[in-house]
Write a protein that binds this ligand. Sequence first.
Ligand SMILES: [Zn+2]
Length: 234
Amino acid sequence: MRSIACARQSASLRKVKRIMTMGSETAARARLVQAYKEVVGLGLTELSSGNISLRYGEGMLISPTGATGETINEDNVVYVGPDDRWEAGLRPSSEWELHARVYRCGADTNAVVHTHSDFCVAVACHCKPLPGFHYLVGVFGGDDVPCVPYNTFGSEALAIDVAEALKARTACLMGNHGATARGPTMEAAIKGAHRLEICCRQYIHALALGEPRRLTPTEFEDFHRRIGTSGYAK
Ligand SMILES: [Zn+2]
């Protein structure tokens, strides 16, 4: 784990910069709190198991460690700067590095949602990708949703693997852990996390009759061509 406290001078400089955009930071903090409650309301997060972030300025705003739908508020949301530092006295989610690395991998990512939602966890605990058993699996950018290997929560190795998997997909599963979704907006990232939970639930139901048929590469090519022009299900 890297050093938490930031240098006093750099903290004050950062504060001056952020005061200049205080209006937008206040709005962004409010949006993050509202989004966290939306994720809880959808049943994707229980207790303090999930964390979400929003790109802000050169860094990100992220839910604090141990946050729940009841305890998160605009004041305990944490700004993590481009130097991976934050103000002394605050503590971002233990998965802050995962979020930071996902933003660095894609300029089109402005929000990240990490959950331990039930059906995503159920599939992820088999450490296998969610296969292309339904055409909507294609919404995540390919013909499956990959599952990265298990690594300790909050570890650099886990952050690197998730960021790598999310270069080619908008969501991934995390072995023996959960799932992460990204999007150009918070709305899109939440929708991705929700859709992945639905897809995993339906896959588990389908398995009751045996391993379901998977779409062929040609069928996924047709699907991607169609959503590329229609924006369907995005
Ligand atoms: Zn987690």
